[in-house]
Ligand binder design. Structure first.
Ligand code: CAA
Length: 377
């Protein structure tokens, strides 16, 4: 596939080994307990499986988005909750990578990557999810400092992060033109984190609300210009959507593999399920959709790695892969029948996990808006 180089294959195999040894055996346990697998995440950090697209000079892994996708598909095939937690650092650090000065990258990316620490991307709010330009978290300048007040919602890794990348508005009347991007150390005075959300799927990825109450940061923590934060957020999402799309591919691949194996073992009417054309057609559609989603995703990753604008391709990949993962996991449960509906088999978890793919990092409906705007503009 895509003529992977020996180096790319080695990366993929290393990620698969890690996923099969460290994640797969405990995926059901963490799904049940909804605990954050901090020690395993730290191990991933030490192996260079986190901060994948951050520059090597900044202690990141220094990979392209394409290579990062090869790794994340393997992690997600074992457990997408882990994959979401692992790519969250890239999501939080990419605004700095894209919009920060050399000094800011040294100051805000390097210590996180070097120290095996976590960072969180804080855009969504209780009343502003899809409408990212409608955020109300406020920032004002006071002397040499910015003061931030507001609440952020659905913050991945929020309870364990050392640093937050926060989007806040300096003037709501300016809508997206008032949005700023600021780096906030998690130990700043005035920050409180809510409880870990009791989610349907991807339960081990830590998801919390964070409140900022008159939190002060030095003026040099502003990334880019005042009012330039929205464009930074959008460009970050362009770059991270392939990494989200590939999580959906990993979930679907796993569901398909379980369904394929089961269809060859399970007998009804004295024949294996796989001998029925109804089941064969389902499996044929599942694998076709997975391959198509992977190709769209890798195309968008390659474009981004070549520094081409890939808003359309990233959104198409995210939209298609997320919806595909939902369809494929539902079909996998169907092939397993009643057993698939129980926790005795892994496909019900995959179906629950897949649902989040259609919601976070821009719902499937938001992706359609982006796609439509791109093709009509
Ligand atoms: N790159 C650069 N600039 C962009 C851009 C892009 N991809 N998309 C938009 N812009 C610019 C536009 O050109 C425009 O600039 P001008 O002022 O110069 O004209 C400006 O941004 C405003 O754009 P729009 O008019 O398109 O803005 P909008 O308010 O209509 O919203 C939207 C656009 C695409 C719907 C956006 O709100 C959006 O992406 N919403 C979804 C938010 C989202 O994905 N949230 C996920 C949170 S993170 C998460 O879930 C991760 C996690 O923790 C697991």
């Amino acid at each position: 596939m895509y003529g992977l180089s020996d180096e790319q294959r080695a990366l993929q195999e290393e990620a698969r080994r890690f996923a099969e040894k460290e994640i797969l055996p405990v995926a059901a346990k963490y799904d049940e307990s909804s605990e954050f697998p901090l020690e395993i995440i730290k191990k991933a950090h030490s192996l260079g499986l986190i901060n994948l697209i951050q520059d090597a000079e900044l202690s990141g892994t220094g990979l392209g988005i394409f290579e990062a996708c090869l790794i994340i598909e393997e992690i997600a095939a074992a457990c997408s909750g882990f994959a979401t937690s692992m790519v969250a650092n890239d999501l939080a650090l990419t605004p700095i990578l894209l919009g920060g000065s050399k000094e800011q990258k040294e100051k805000f990316i390097k210590p996180i990557a070097e120290g095996g620490k976590l960072a969180s991307f804080c855009l969504s709010e209780p009343n502003a999810g899809s409408d990212a330009a409608g955020i109300s978290c406020a920032v004002k300048r006071e002397g040499d400092e910015y003061v931030i007040s507001g609440t952020k919602q659905w913050i991945t890794n929020g309870q364990f992060a050392s640093q937050y990348t926060v989007f806040a508005t300096i003037d709501r009347s300016k809508k997206h033109k008032g949005i700023c991007c600021l780096v906030v150390p998690a130990d700043s005075k005035g920050i409180s984190t809510g409880h870990h959300e009791n989610k349907l799927g991807q339960r081990c990825s830590n998801t919390v609300q964070i409140t900022f109450e008159n939190v002060r940061v030095p003026a040099e923590n502003m990334i880019g210009e005042e009012g330039g934060g929205f464009a930074i957020a959008m460009k970050t999402l362009d770059a991270s959507r392939p990494l989200t799309a590939i999580i959906a591919v990993g979930i679907a691949r796993s569901a398909y593999q379980h369904a394929l194996r089961y269809s060859k073992e399970r007998k009804q009417f004295s024949q294996t399920l796989s001998s029925f054309q109804a089941i064969q057609f389902m499996l044929a559609d599942m694998i076709t959709k997975i391959e198509a989603a992977r190709l769209l995703t890798m195309q968008s990753a390659q474009m981004l790695d070549k520094k081409e604008r890939a808003t359309l391709q990233s959104s198409m990949a995210k939209r298609f892969a997320a919806d595909m993962a939902m369809e494929v996991t539902v079909d996998a449960v169907q092939i397993f029948g009643g057993y698939g509906y129980t926790k005795e088999y892994p496909v019900e978890k995959l179906m629950r996990d897949a649902k989040l793919m259609q919601i976070y990092e821009g719902t499937s409906q938001i992706q359609r808006i982006v796609i439509a705007r791109e093709i009509l503009s």
